[in-house]
Design a protein around this ligand. Sequence first.
Ligand SMILES: Nc1nc2c(ncn2[C@@H]2O[C@H](COP(=O)(O)OP(=O)(O)OP(=O)(O)O)[C@@H](O)[C@H]2O)c(=O)[nH]1
Ligand SMILES: [Zn+2]
Length: 182
Amino acid sequence: MTIESAYSEIISAIGEDLSRPGLRDTPLRAAKAIQFLTRGYQQDIDDVINNAMFPSDSEEMVIVKNIELYSMCEHHMLPFIGKCHVAYLPKGKVIGLSKIARIVDVFARRLQIQENLTKEIAEVIIHKTGAAGAAVIIEAQHMCMMMRGVEKQNSVMTTSCMLGAFRSSQNTRNEFLSLIQR
Ligand SMILES: Nc1nc2c(ncn2[C@@H]2O[C@H](COP(=O)(O)OP(=O)(O)OP(=O)(O)O)[C@@H](O)[C@H]2O)c(=O)[nH]1
Ligand SMILES: [Zn+2]
């Protein structure tokens, strides 16, 4: 079954008239949309990074904060939306700035829970850059909690993953936390 025909069935099953003009092209449109929202499954991390690693003597913390994040919860297939803060401690090389946001998207554009998304981003950053540490914090709101279910509009879920020096050194962790709060 194609995604398009699956959407046709869903639209019929909810009692709608698939032949009315407004819905005629909807299964195809919706199929394209869900493929975009889950395109992370088709992406390869090394292709995304595209060798954008540059030698550097700097061992100072690099932080990219407020990366906007759109993902889909794996329980309800509804969006969760928020921001992601990423940091790492370079060791001999730095990664192209945009690639950090691209890595976030590779994992966000899948069916996810926020905890796993946070961990997957941190693990790839540390493995691909050989950094002395990596840290990721995600703050997000889940449509499955807002539009339906418990219907809470203001709760924000915060998750973090601290690896390497961010886990072992409280000073490093505090530096990261104070810099993202500024
Ligand atoms: N830990 C975690 N839970 C999530 C995430 N996204 C959605 N959930 C939760 O997944 C749970 C699924 O619970 P179920 O009881 O199986 O599903 P449900 O009956 O639709 O639950 P309600 O949302 O409470 O109505 C809910 O508590 C959701 O809030 C996430 O990223 N992380
Ligand atoms: Zn959900």
